[in-house]
Write a protein that binds this ligand. Structure first.
Ligand code: MOS
Length: 765
């Protein structure tokens, strides 16, 4: 092919891991989930599996209009129905306060539920029925009559209407894009659109709330037990010590369960008012309206370049939609200033308020639609330049973060692209549209690069070494299906030698030491240093016990002459085979357990955060098969290479990448919540009409990690991989679709109709 990838022959000489893998540990190997057995046998208790004695059922009454106000609610018929215990409207609902989100928390729907007569979106809760059974509550909710004054709903698809400009964010301007773009030798100026996407985790949102007389015990579908506790305490008007939030297992969240939604506080308020446990499950239809979605975006990309492909100007102007009750702006420009070298750059944003439910974070928030626009424009530029798209990215690789001139803690995007090209067989690509065949099919090959900011928060953890030789680790964070239980056990095993199946991991309860939310790929980098320190502290206490206990063979020794290796205390001068197992020492000392606490600070307190820029990187290579005879498009093959530092568990990490690829195919080809312009209702608010990727749509997936530990990010060199694994998929797919068909789709999802145009390449062409 014409455009050889520069330096591709260097692929195999990529340096291996910068730090050696710890011996006697499972780190960076494939470890099956320790909670897998509970999930596959149905014994893992998800939120709606909690059934408390005397529990009753709550069902919200949802607004059928998207804009207007309530004149009156007729509850007479519903209240008299069998099984109904109480019917709440704003007249009789106990006071719910406004919450003020603090550091580390957010509330996407600002107004407390049922607090006024205003209706701002279809599906908004206007009343709440509590009954003995779910069916009784549903029937009564249907019988409530709400009389409204309806105003015209704004569910416009054209985001240019009603646009509000936002402030320019830090790092989003360098040089002057206007004149630089004007004189650029090669230009791309295109607009890209992404629709509202709905999270749709299999597990429905749910709350099981109980007021015990002293405190609220709340079982919640949440990715953030502490944010849930703090914000609900404010809304319920009690000290946070009177709220305990529990979440042992989550059937995924994808960001939709990061922050509290109105149903939770309604269930809690009702449980106290009635002095009964209350279960409220948000049904699938309501989940399209009341628990968040990824905002719609329109993004104009202007890229100027020299004839040899050096970027001279990059301007990214975007608009996202939000609700009347939210100010959330989709941060589409997050990765744009970081990806490529260009002397002139500007990223500007604006929002449009509409009569829809409040949007929220959805996997790789902001960056995913942003990367779709940026990387699509880069692909279009490569075509104009007649340059290989990998090569275009390689020659614009920055030496350090161009948005702030700081060095990256670790950046191996070049290696991702080279390794991905190698594994995919990219050098065999013929860049001519429609030129690659497989029988009656036309093949399209596309690629994209991506990055996502790496974060680290504050965290506390506790480790107990027990006299039965087992260990317990406690940290109030969540496993949202990603493998958190398992990697915690791996760290304790690595530090203490306790076998993984003898490590009891306890998480998901606000009575535990405070850990981070499970979102934004925060958990791995945040929690591991705290567990590491907790293990160290427990070991130090154990060595103290070893020298103080009269029946210990080390009695009277100095503790710093002792070492702890694989669960055994021994003299440093002697091998561990001469030592004593910690369980034995604890028994001699008459102790049930010895404990250690660990703490790690977030990047905001970390001096490194001022000196470095920390991001993860990746490259995705995609093959599509286009069958022009029957207008069938399939993603047939994906190679994903991610640079996420040291991967702790290759099995669960790869599983996340596979899930993200499935999600990325949905974003590119299927997913879109379509709003009726007349009523403001999402028309396809169910899993029959809102199309998601199925098993039959899944390609052959090769999920690869570069394994360059990031020692500045944290002790284990690990950054999270949940978010970055989705970025880059959609633009790689649309690039492949272009390569197969000659049709550039700039408005997601790609529809078959888009490909049935006269321009589309066919086998007879
Ligand atoms: Mo993810 S949007 O940070 O749960």
């Amino acid at each position: 092919m014409a455009n050889e990838i520069q330096g591709q022959q260097d692929v195999l000489s990529i340096p291996v891991a910068g730090t050696p893998k710890p011996s006697n540990s499972t780190i960076n190997t494939e470890v099956p989930r320790i909670d897998g057995r509970y999930k596959t046998t149905g014994t893992a208790k998800y939120t709606s599996d909690y059934n408390l004695p005397g529990m009753v059922y709550a069902v919200p009454v949802c607004s059928t209009i998207a804009n207007g106000s309530i004149d009156a609610i007729d509850t007479n018929k519903a209240s008299a129905m069998r099984g109904v215990i109480r019917l709440y409207t704003r007249e009789n609902l106990p006071k719910i306060y406004r919450a003020n989100a603090t550091a580390g928390s957010r509330l996407d729907e600002h107004r407390p539920p049922l607090s006024d007569d205003k209706i701002d979106y279809a599906g908004q809760y206007v009343a709440l029925v509590v009954a003995r059974t779910l069916d009784q509550a549903r029937d009564a909710a249907d019988a409530v009559v709400v009389r409204c004054k309806e105003d015209k709903a704004n569910a416009t698809r054209d985001l240019a209407e009603g646009m509000v400009e936002e402030k320019l964010r830090q790092g989003n301007k360098r040089g002057e894009t206007g004149p630089a773009f004007e004189v650029a030798a090669v230009k791309v100026d295109e607009t890209y659109e992404t629709p509202i996407e709905v999270h749709n985790p299999i597990e429905l949102h749910a709350s099981v709330a109980q007021w015990t007389g002293q405190k609220y015990v709340l079982y919640e579908t949440t990715q953030s037990i502490f944010a849930q506790r703090d914000l609900l305490a404010q809304m319920l008007g009690v000290p946070k010590e009177q709220v305990q939030v529990i979440m042992r297992y989550l059937g995924s969240g994808f960001g939709g369960k990061l922050w509290p939604w109105p149903h939770s506080v309604l269930a809690a308020a009702a449980s106290r008012d009635l002095n009964l446990p209350v279960k409220l499950v948000v049904d699938r239809h309501m989940m399209f309206k009341t628990v968040g979605h990824r905002p719609q975006t329109t993004q104009r990309m202007r890229i100027g370049a020299t004839l040899d492909g050096k970027l001279t100007s990059l301007q990214h102007d975007y608009t996202s939609d939000t609700s009347i009750l939210s100010d959330l702006a989709e941060n589409c420009g997050m990765a744009t200033p970081v990806m490529y070298t260009t002397p002139n750059l500007m990223v500007r944003s604006s929002i449009v308020k509409r009569n829809v439910g409040s949007p929220t974070a959805m996997r790789c928030p902001g960056t995913v639609p942003g990367i779709y626009a940026l990387e699509s424009a880069m692909d279009e530029l490569a075509i104009k330049l007649k340059m290989d798209p990998v090569q275009l990215r390689l020659i614009n690789e920055p030496p350090n973060d161009p948005s702030n001139n700081r060095p990256f803690t670790s950046r191996h995007l070049v290696e991702c692209m080279k390794l991905g090209a190698e594994k995919f067989g990219w050098s065999k690509r013929n860049p001519e549209v429609g030129s690659m065949r497989k029988g009656d099919l036309i093949l399209g090959w596309g690629m994209a690069a991506c990055s996502y900011r790496s974060n680290r928060g504050n965290c506390k953890a506790t480790v107990h070494l027990n006299d039965d030789g087992k260990a317990t680790v406690l940290c109030g964070t969540q496993d949202i299906g990603t493998g958190t239980y398992t990697i915690f056990a791996q760290i304790v095993h690595a530090k203490t030698g306790v076998p993984i199946d003898h490590v009891d991991v306890q998480l998901g309860d606000t009575d535990q030491p405070e850990g981070p939310h499970s979102g934004g790929s925060w958990v791995t980098g945040t929690v591991l240093p705290a567990i590491d320190k907790a293990c160290e502290a427990a070991i130090q206490s154990l060595l103290g016990i070893a020298v103080q206990t009269p029946s210990s063979p080390f009695h009277g020794a100095v503790s710093n002459e002792l070492a702890f290796t694989n669960g055994v205390v021994h003299r440093k001068a002697e091998s561990e085979s001469s030592g004593v197992a910690f369980a034995d020492l604890l028994k001699r000392a008459g102790l049930r357990a010895i404990s250690g606490d660990g703490e790690s600070a977030g990047s905001f307190q970390d001096r490194n955060a001022q000196a470095y820029s920390s991001h993860s990187f990746g490259a995705q290579f995609v093959e599509v098969e286009w069958d022009p005879g029957i207008a069938r498009l399939r993603v047939s093959r994906v190679v994903s290479v991610l640079d996420v530092g040291r991967v702790i568990n290759l099995k669960t990490a790869r599983n996340q990448v596979e899930g993200a690829i499935v999600m990325g195919i949905g974003m590119a080809l299927f997913e879109e919540a379509i709003y009726d312009q007349r009523t403001g209702h999402p028309l396809n608010a169910n899993l029959a009409d809102y199309i998601v990727t199925t098993n039959a749509d899944c390609p052959i997936i090769d999920a690869i990690f570069t394994d360059f530990p990031d020692p500045i990010a944290n002790t284990y060199g690990a950054r999270g991989c949940g978010e970055i694994s989705l970025a880059g998929l959609a633009p790689a797919i649309t690039a492949a679709v272009y390569h197969a068909t000659g049709v550039r789709v700039r408005k997601l999802p790609v529809r078959i109709e888009d490909l049935l145009t006269a321009d589309a390449h066919s086998l007879t062409a």
